[in-house]
Design a protein. Structure first.
Length: 60
């Protein structure tokens, strides 16, 4: 009886760990796919310089 109980608890624990690992993998993958501000920062600089260039041409 005790041996069966520990084996079944072991299987449950393994399944819990597998499910937890899959959830954390999904979380990290979804977080990794979101663009961060620092990764997009050079794009924002180029857009800002482009707007300033257009404004400078209009003012002249």
């Amino acid at each position: 009886m005790n041996q069966f109980f520990y084996e079944s608890r072991g299987r449950e624990k393994v399944n819990d760990l597998i499910n937890e690992g899959l959830k954390s993998q999904t979380y990290h993958r979804s977080a990794a796919s979101k663009p961060s501000f620092l990764r997009r920062f050079p794009t924002y600089i180029l857009i800002g310089l482009g707007i300033l260039g257009v404004l400078q041409m209009i003012v002249r």
